[in-house]
Design a protein around this ligand. Structure first.
Ligand code: DGJ
Length: 379
């Protein structure tokens, strides 16, 4: 009898063990494994939850891609930062592991990044000299709409965080733009006689620093980093040099496409040329993308029109640029990353990733329902 009880008990505990293992592995069993991109569709992470990294960017580090973006909550409340910056990791770009919140908003009401602020378009870069990871983002102070127009910066020793918030401010107070030698005075901003709206805003903000909204960060081959942001009430884009540790501005910057309201900048470099894709300025609603090319980061950027072609191209297929990702180990392969915003239910925002095609030095983007990295042209 004793023996029977013992046997029954052992059977039961085995069953419980199996049940426990099945429940705890449920997510592993139910995990969607991807081998292609499905632009605009729900994209589940390793826990089966739609990836929550909006307005994001990707950093490749030691064999892994890390995707950082705005963690949005449901409803319109999600248009403000209730949680912080979310990080995911992937080896193949299709399947993403949740690495948690890299930078959390603060419970301290006095903090610039207090819960309820607006914290958008975070981008992380790695500084080889300091061995720190540096995160820049667009910050709006809580309950002040989009009036603050500040750049925020945070640093971490480990790529996934936690990131420590350092400061937020308007860049380059007191600094005039950088002009290539030979630029005629008629093309330079003149605060005695501002030539247009954008110049007026520039001159207004000169003492306290320039407005900094939609943004990205670009690290050049020589290790110099640049903060690229919509400024002057969004009328102009600034490309501004960062200091050696990437946590501040040097005061050297240029103004690009003055007066034409470019948002959502994303930069990349190919065959020695600098490329930038951006958008127009229509709130959360989509508009036509635009692209630019230049021989030098602080050089003359040439406007090249809409890179998107085909159906939906006039509205960027419903999206807005956030980053261009160079695929590692594949020469000449770049992915255009865009957000399809859902301002009524922010957490439902979707990701549009599309391959960039090159025609000589020109670029084209076209819609694809599904595609994979093998489709990318290898040169
Ligand atoms: C468009 C910007 O690109 C977004 O990041 C966000 O700031 C919305 N405008 C807010 O309307």
């Amino acid at each position: 009898m004793k023996r029977e009880l013992f046997t029954t008990g052992s059977c039961l505990s085995k069953m419980f063990l199996i049940l426990f293992l099945m429940i705890s592995n449920y997510n592993a069993f139910s995990q969607t494994l991807y081998n292609e991109f499905h632009p605009g569709k729900i994209w589940k992470d390793d826990r089966g939850i739609h990836i929550n990294a909006h307005g994001g960017g990707i950093l490749f580090h030691k064999g892994t891609y890390y995707w950082f973006g705005e963690h949005k909550v449901a409803g319109e409340l999600g248009n403000t930062a209730q949680v912080g910056v979310h990080c995911y990791a992937s080896k193949d770009l299709y399947n993403w592991k949740d690495e948690g919140i890299a930078l959390a908003v603060s419970d301290d009401l006095q903090s610039d990044i207090t819960k309820g602020c607006v914290l958008e378009r975070p981008k992380v870069v790695y500084n080889k000299k300091t061995k720190k990871f540096v995160m820049w983002f667009h910050l709006e102070l809580k309950d002040k709409g989009y009036a603050a127009a500040r750049a925020g910066v945070a640093v971490a020793d480990h790529i996934t965080g936690p990131y420590t918030f350092i400061k937020s401010y308007r860049p380059n107070p007191g600094s005039m733009p950088y002009y290539a030698s030979g630029t005629p005075d008629s093309l330079k901003v003149n605060c005695e006689h501002p030539g247009n709206f954008s110049d007026e805003f520039f001159c207004r903000d000169l003492p306290g620093g320039q407005m900094a909204r939609d943004m990205t960060v670009f690290v050049d081959d020589d290790g110099k980093a640049y903060h690229v942001f919509s400024s002057e009430e969004n009328y102009t884009l600034d490309i501004a040099e960062l200091n050696a540790d990437y946590t501040g501005h040097t005061g050297k910057f240029i103004r690009v496409y003055v007066g034409f309201q470019t948002e959502a900048p994303a930069l990349f470099k190919r065959k020695g040329k600098y490329y930038m894709i951006g958008s127009g300025c229509t709130g959360w609603a989509p508009n036509a993308a635009r692209w630019f090319i230049s021989d030098a980061i602080m050089g003359k950027w040439k406007y090249k029109g809409n890179p998107c072609i085909g159906e939906g191209s006039k509205l960027t297929y419903g999206g807005q640029s956030t980053h261009v990702l160079q695929v590692q180990g594949k020469k000449d392969s770049f992915i255009f990353m865009a957000d399809k915003w859902a301002p009524k239910d922010a957490i439902d925002g979707r990701y549009l990733w599309l391959p960039i095609q090159f025609k000589g030095e020109d670029i084209e983007i076209s819609w694809k329902d599904t595609w994979n990295l093998k489709d990318m042209k290898m040169l």
